[in-house]
Ligand binder design. Structure first.
Ligand code: SF4
Length: 632
C-alpha cells in the first residue's frame, strides 16, 4: 500500500527510519547526517565563575554528555568562555561548547570566535527581551523589522562561516517576537515562521552549519510544532538537523516523563539528531535519562515488519481525539482511564492514587478497603456476571475463540497481528468490548498506531486501553521506556487508557507512573502541574530548593499549573500556559504572576512562597490538602 504523501514529517509511519539530515560539525561532534543521536546538557553555574563552570562541564562529560551549553547573556560572560575553554583543555576535556546567547548579538559575535556553537533565539535576538506588545504592523514596518534582523544576523553568519562555528536557531514557545506573536499568536505556525525566517536568511548567505530547535513545556505543542517545522523545511528542500527538548519539564518522575514522552514521540518517527533532557536537578542527572532514551529508540532499527495501514485521516500537526464510544469507565468523553495490573500480586501496599479499573488474577484477589467501588477485570472463567457486581470478564490473547462466543461487556486483550477480518467483523457486532491493545514489537509505538489506524479505517470506535509489558528492574528505565512507547499515542489522541504491566515494580509505583504518563501527555491531570526551568547562569535563586518548597505547599492543587522560573528575562514568556508563576526578578527578589500578568513585583524572596499561596487563595483556586485526601 502507498503511504500517505501528505505526511512529509517522517519517512514512514510503519517502519522506523531516521530522517536524513545535513551533517553539521560542532568541534569533534557531528550532529545530523546519520550520526548517532547525541546527548547534551547545560551548565547552571555563573559563567563568570571559571573553575565552577569547568568542573560542572567535566561532570556532565563524565556521565556521557557530548556537547555542553553555557549561559552567555552578555559580553563579559562571552569573553570568559575563553578562560573556561582553556581550563577544560588543560584538564584534558575537549567537549564541544555552545554559547547560550538568546538575544545579545554582541555577545553572540564574541562567543562565535571562542566556542564551537552559538545558540540564538529568533524571538528576541533582535529587539531584546519580550515586551508582550500587540503590534499591528504595516507591510513597510514588517519589511523594516525583517531588514533589522538581516542587519544583525548577517554579520554573525559571516563570522561563524569564517570561524567554522555552528549556529542553533532555538525557538521557544512563549518567547516569540511581538511581531510574530501579534500575527500568528503563540501557535505552532508562529514558532515555525519565526524559525524559518532566520533559517532562510542563513541559506541566502550560503551558511549551512545550522541546527534547529522548537521547544515548549507543553509536550503536545512541542511534538506537533516540530513535525510542522520538519514538513515546512522539507517543502523548501531543507534538511537541517534538529535538537529536541521539552523546556521547564521539572524534576523527579514528572520531569523525566515529560521529556521522554515529548522527545520519544519524535525519535520514534526518526526525527531528531541531538537531545537535551531538561531537569530541575544537577545537569549531570539529565545525561543517564537521555542515554537510556536514545539507546532504547535505536533498538527499533530492523524491527519486525508492520504492514502499512491507510493513514489518510491521520493529521499529525495538531491534537485530535480519536472518536470512541464509552464502555463502563473507558472511552467517549471520559478522562483517560488507568487500569492497574494486579496479576501475580498476593498482597500490596495501596498506591496514593486510585486506579479506575484493576486487572486481577482471580476473584480471590484481596483489595484495599477503599477500593471496593473499583471495577475488577477478572479472567472470564472466574466470572459469573449474573451473580457478581462490579466485575468485567477478561479474555487474554489466546482466548479469542471464547470471546467470539461470549455476549456482554468485556475486556479483550489483542495485538495488531490479531486484528484479523474475523475479529474486526465480530467487533462490529460486539460494541461493548473494551480493547486492551498490547504489542510484542520493539517498535511498539508504530505497531500500536497502526492498530488505531486500522480500527479507524474499519469505522470501529471501541475504547482502547494501551498496554505495554516490561521486565525492567530499574525504575528509571521503566519510566523511559513506558513514556517513550506510549506518549505519542496519547499526544495524537489515540488512547482511551493506559495499563503498564511491570512485575518487578510495586503496584504503587506503577499506578503513579501510569497517572504520570497521562499527565505528561496532557490527557488527564491528576496532580499539580509544575513548569520549572532547569536553571542556568541567569538563575537568581536556589531553584531546586524553592521548587521543593513550592511543591510541598501546593502538591494537592491538582487543577493548577504553577511555574517556577529562575529569571525574568526568559521566564515570563516560557512559562507560557501556567496559571501562577514564581519568577526570579533580581537578587533576593521574586515577582509573582497570574496567567502571565504581573501581580506582585519584586517581593522579598524570604516570604515569596507564602505570598504565592496567599495569591492562589485570593483568587479562589486554593483547596485544603485534607479535602483532597478524603476524596481520594
Ligand atoms: S528561565 Fe531564566 S534562569 Fe531559567 S533556564 Fe531559562 S534563562 Fe535560565
Amino acid at each position: 500500500m502507498e503511504e500517505n504523501i501528505s505526511l512529509p514529517f517522517c519517512k514512514s509511519l510503519f517502519q522506523y527510519q531516521r530522517n536524513k539530515t545535513t551533517p553539521v560539525r560542532v568541534g569533534t561532534l557531528t550532529i545530523g547526517g546519520g550520526a548517532p543521536v547525541s546527548i547534551q546538557s547545560m551548565t547552571t553555574t555563573s559563567t563568570l565563575e571559571t573553575e565552577a563552570t569547568a568542573n560542572q562541564i567535566i561532570r556532565i562529560v563524565e556521565t556521557g554528555g557530548e556537547l555542553v551549553r553555557i549561559t552567555t547573556q552578555g559580553r563579559r560572560e562571552a569573553e570568559n568562555l575563553k578562560a573556561i575553554k582553556t581550563l577544560l583543555r588543560t584538564k584534558g576535556c575537549d567537549v564541544p561548547l555552545a554559547a547560550d546567547v538568546h538575544f545579545n548579538p554582541n555577545a553572540a559575535e564574541v562567543a562565535a570566535t571562542l566556542v564551537e556553537k552559538v545558540r540564538i533565539n529568533p524571538g528576541n535576538f533582535v529587539g531584546g527581551a519580550k515586551k508582550f506588545r500587540h503590534i499591528e504592523a504595516t507591510a513597510e514596518e514588517e519589511a523594516a523589522e525583517v531588514q533589522l534582523i538581516r542587519d544583525r544576523l548577517i554579520p554573525l553568519i559571516h563570522l561563524c562561516k569564517k570561524q567554522g562555528t555552528a549556529i542553533r536557531i532555538g525557538t521557544n514557545h512563549g518567547s516569540l517576537s511581538d511581531r510574530i506573536m501579534s500575527r500568528y499568536g503563540d501557535t505552532p505556525q508562529g514558532m515555525v515562521q519565526s524559525c524559518m525566517e532566520y533559517l532562510r536568511i542563513c541559506c541566502e548567505e550560503d551558511f549551512h552549519d545550522i541546527v534547529l530547535s522548537i521547544k515548549s513545556s507543553n509536550t503536545r505543542v512541542m511534538v506537533h510544532t516540530v513535525r510542522l517545522l520538519v514538513a515546512t523545511m522539507r517543502r523548501e528542500g531543507m534538511h537541517y538537523p534538529l535538537h529536541l527538548g521539552v523546556t521547564e519539564a521539572g524534576s523527579g518522575e514528572d520531569g523525566r516523563l515529560k521529556s521522554v514522552v515529548g522527545i520519544g514521540a519524535l525519535l520514534a518517527d526518526g526525527i531528531g539528531d541531538t537531545i537535551r533532557v531538561s531537569l530541575t536537578e544537577a545537569p549531570e542527572m539529565e545525561i543517564p535519562v537521555a542515554r537510556k532514551l536514545v539507546d532504547y529508540m535505536a533498538q527499533r532499527q530492523n524491527h519486525p515488519t508492520i504492514p502499512p495501514v491507510d493513514a489518510a485521516n491521520y493529521y499529525p500537526y495538531e491534537y485530535h481525539k480519536r472518536v470512541s464510544h464509552p464502555v463502563l469507565h473507558v472511552g467517549g468523553e471520559q478522562p483517560a482511564t488507568v487500569l492497574t495490573d494486579l496479576r501475580g500480586r498476593v498482597t500490596f501496599a495501596p498506591p496514593l492514587e486510585t486506579p479506575d479499573l484493576v486487572l486481577c488474577e482471580s476473584s480471590g484477589q484481596i483489595l484495599p478497603d477503599h477500593w471496593k467501588e473499583i471495577i475488577r477485570v477478572l479472567p472470564f472463567k472466574e466470572t459469573d456476571t449474573a451473580q457478581m457486581t462490579g466485575v468485567v470478564p477478561f479474555f487474554d490473547t489466546h482466548e479469542h475463540k471464547e470471546w467470539l462466543r461470549f455476549k456482554g461487556t468485556c475486556l479483550l486483550q489483542i495485538s495488531h497481528p490479531q486484528l484479523t477480518q474475523e475479529v474486526l467483523a465480530e467487533l462490529k457486532r460486539k460494541r461493548d468490548t473494551i480493547l486492551l491493545l498490547s504489542t510484542q514489537n520493539i517498535n511498539a509505538t508504530a505497531e500500536q498506531r497502526a492498530s488505531f489506524l486500522m480500527l479507524e479505517k474499519e469505522g470501529l470506535t471501541h475504547p482502547v486501553i494501551v498496554n505495554r509489558s516490561y521486565q525492567e528492574t530499574s525504575h528509571e528505565s521503566l519510566q523511559v521506556k513506558a513514556g517513550a512507547d506510549t506518549g505519542l499515542l496519547f499526544l495524537d489522541g489515540f488512547g482511551d487508557g493506559i495499563c503498564i504491566t511491570a512485575p518487578h515494580h510495586s503496584v504503587s509505583k506503577i499506578t503513579t507512573l501510569q497517572f504520570g504518563i497521562l499527565q505528561a501527555a496532557r490527557v488527564r491531570f491528576s496532580k499539580t502541574e509544575y513548569i520549572s526551568c532547569p536553571g542556568c547562569g541567569r538563575t537568581l535563586f536556589d531553584l531546586q530548593k524553592t521548587t521543593a518548597e513550592v511543591q510541598a505547599k501546593t502538591a494537592h492543587l491538582k487543577n493548577l499549573k504553577i511555574a517556577i522560573m529562575g529569571c525574568i528575562v526568559n521566564g515570563i514568556g516560557e512559562m507560557a500556559d501556567a496559571d501562577y508563576g514564581y519568577v526570579g526578578a533580581g537578587a533576593g527578589r521574586i515577582s509573582l504572576y497570574r496567567n502571565r500578568e504581573l501581580v506582585k513585583r519584586n517581593i522579598p524572596q524570604a516570604n515569596a512562597v507564602e505570598e504565592l499561596v496567599q495569591l492562589i487563595k485570593e483568587h479562589g483556586d486554593w483547596t485544603e490538602a485534607k479535602d483532597q485526601i478524603i476524596n481520594q
